[in-house]
Write a protein that binds this ligand. Structure first.
Ligand code: SF4
Length: 361
């Protein structure tokens, strides 16, 4: 066992916080199984053998966007053949009494006033009051606030009043100015993203956080990203989960090859070790693929996301995973990792426990 693994085990056993420098050393360490064991130890201490998932539906109201981020294969312009903008009726037709969460994110469409985006939330809430609405990334919230000439707080309060329960974690990408300038120079950077999530937390709106990895970022930039999230979580305790998103090469504008499964597992494990103040680390099957996502449940992840309905964003970049998943399949993936599946809602409250086939090892 290398020195760094021994040091981290010692710290974890003594419930001491792992530093950024130690985490970077861990990232460069080849002992993936040992790193996984540490992460799994922390995961089980926090969440036992359970792994959660949500019966949900992703809705992307439009793919028309004023920006053209270099890595994005989803967004398009209004005059393009693949452009779409959904009516409220079309959006409502994607909701149902059976699901527990809708996850709404999409393009920044200049022809839709904020009122329309607000109406999406209001209309879903009025028609499906039991459905929890997780909507709009910090990038969208910033867009609404600048267009309306009003504060982030006012925008968030209107959305909350309309029925929003939490924010998704997208749009964070990686908090590096170097990467931002190269891949998404016109999109908000770290400070604005963090300011918006802090404002949400202060209004009692929980949120999630992502990291887009496996493109041009360095290991140090990944850890810096997590450090900024850990610092904000210390202050607000408002984040529900951390979701590492493996970059999908798509048209190959940024990189031709997807990162390896080893890198996926290591990123999940390191997130579990470093983000000691996050309750949940998600293994997002859409970007990692079913098999790796299932393996990650033994490397520190305690959530598998959801059924999704129809995933469009990563599939625009040629993601190889299916675009939706049946509840039974999610549960089978969880059981194949020798974990106990439990259904949750958008706020990670447990809805049901599938005891009949629970496993323990
Ligand atoms: S990443 Fe988001 S903001 Fe950038 S082009 Fe795509 S949809 Fe628009």
């Amino acid at each position: 066992m290398t020195h760094i693994i021994e040091r981290i085990w010692k710290k974890v056993n003594q419930e001491e916080r792992v530093s950024k420098e130690e985490t970077l050393e861990l990232m460069n360490c080849q002992e993936i199984i040992e790193i996984g064991k540490i992460a799994n130890f922390i995961k089980e201490k926090k969440n036992g053998k359970r792994v959660t998932y949500v019966f949900n539906r992703q809705i992307n109201p439009t793919n028309i966007c004023v920006l053209s981020c270099k890595f994005c294969d989803f967004a398009t312009k209004k005059n393009k053949e693949n452009a779409y903008a959904m009516t409220l009726e079309e959006i409502l037709s994607q909701c149902s009494q059976a699901i527990n969460e809708v996850h709404i994110v999409g393009g920044l469409y200049a022809e839709w006033p904020f009122e329309y985006y607000l109406n999406i939330v209001k209309t879903i809430h009025e028609n499906f009051p039991q459905l929890q609405i997780k909507a709009y990334t910090a990038v969208e919230i910033d867009f609404f606030s600048r267009r309306e000439h009003c504060s982030i707080k006012e925008i968030l309060l209107k959305l909350k009043e309309a029925g929003l329960v939490c924010l998704p974690g997208g749009g964070a990408e990686v908090f590096s100015e170097r990467v931002r300038k190269a891949l998404f120079p016109f999109k908000i950077g770290a400070n604005r993203w963090l300011e918006i999530h802090q404002a949400a937390h202060e209004l009692g709106i929980r949120s999630n956080a992502t990291l887009l990895y496996g493109h041009i970022e360095t290991h140090e930039e990944r850890i810096d990203h997590m450090q900024k999230l850990r610092d904000l979580q210390d202050k607000t305790k408002g984040f529900l989960s951390f979701i590492p998103l493996a970059f999908q090469p798509g048209k190959g504008n940024v990189t031709k090859k997807q990162t390896s499964s080893i890198d996926d597992l290591k990123t999940i494990a390191i997130a579990r070790i470093f983000l000691d103040n996050f309750d949940h680390i998600k293994s997002y099957w859409v970007t990692m693929g079913e098999e790796t996502a299932s393996m990650a449940l033994n490397f520190g992840a305690d959530d598998l996301d959801g059924t999704i309905g129809e995933e469009k964003i990563m599939h625009a970049a040629d993601a190889k995973s299916p675009s939706f998943m049946a509840k039974e399949r999610l549960e089978a993936l969880i059981r194949s990792a020798k974990r106990n599946p439990m259904e949750r809602d958008a706020l990670y409250n447990i809805i049901s426990e599938k005891k009949e086939e629970s496993c323990a090892f």
